[in-house]
Design a protein around this ligand. Structure first.
Ligand code: CA
Length: 243
């Protein structure tokens, strides 16, 4: 059973989410204070944290940064509808996903399922050892749907990405942006298209989020492995070309 920490100071909303998660078979706990949330997330064995941005004690972004320094745990941010800056800052600080308030509970449950599934699929690389090259090599036979371009292979079924045989750890949305680009090889994708295909309908209008994901992908793939995977097409969007 997956264990979820709800960090939310709106008591009624927190209780509602807790109840819904319990119905779905999750073990859920809630906390309203940012500082206590950091302690709980670091000491506890949670699989996922739902994290509100505006919190007493310590704001959600700072909570996220402190968790990320020590733990690689799935985090979904709960943000206000128009707080684009919060979203960008949250993604920069390592959030796996975000959902805007108010949201439909089915949408939140769907995102939780996807984030947990994505996290499970990641290779078991210990956190805080980024200097060490990962030891894991893809060994099992790949599924038929694997996309392979320029030494990068992306397995949509297993949710894994390997570059030159080395697994790369991506957040859920980074993975989705890369998946969309690689499955539309040689086709320039606009930020709107990427937002819709990789992130879902409610991301429309937040297209600068896509720039954040692409920046992360470049740091994790292009810069690290010395390849040029994602090309910017000025005024249009991004493309992954075959050669
Ligand atoms: Ca709040």
């Amino acid at each position: 059973m997956s264990k979820i920490l709800i960090v939310e100071d709106e008591e009624r909303l927190a209780r509602f989410i807790e109840l819904e998660l319990s119905h779905e078979g999750y073990e859920a706990e809630k906390v309203a204070d940012g500082r206590i949330a950091v302690d709980m997330a670091l000491d506890g064995d949670y699989d996922l944290v739902l994290l509100d941005v505006m919190l007493p004690g310590l704001n959600g972004l700072e909570v996220l940064r402190r968790i990320r320094r020590e733990k690689d745990i799935a985090v979904i941010m709960l943000t206000a509808r128009d707080a684009v800056m919060d979203k960008v800052a949250g993604l920069d600080a390592g959030a796996d996903d975000y959902i805007t308030k108010p949201f439909a509970i089915e949408e939140l449950l769907a995102r939780i399922r996807v984030a947990l599934k994505h996290k499970e699929s990641l290779p078991q690389a210990p956190a805080l050892q980024e200097e060490e090259p990962p030891q894991t090599q893809p060994q099992a036979p790949q599924s038929a749907s694997v996309l392979q371009i320029r030494g990068v292979s992306l397995d949509p079924e297993r949710h894994t990405v390997a570059v030159q045989g080395t697994f790369v750890e991506l957040t859920l949305r980074e993975f989705e942006v890369l998946r969309v680009l690689m499955s539309h090889v040689n086709k320039v994708m606009s930020r709107d298209q990427l937002a819709q295909l990789a992130c879902g309908y409610d991301y429309v209008g937040d297209t600068n989020i896509i720039d954040v994901y692409v920046r992360h992908l470049r740091a994790k793939i292009d810069d690290r492995f010395g390849i040029k995977l994602i090309t910017t097409v000025r005024g249009v969007g991004y493309v992954v070309r075959e050669a």
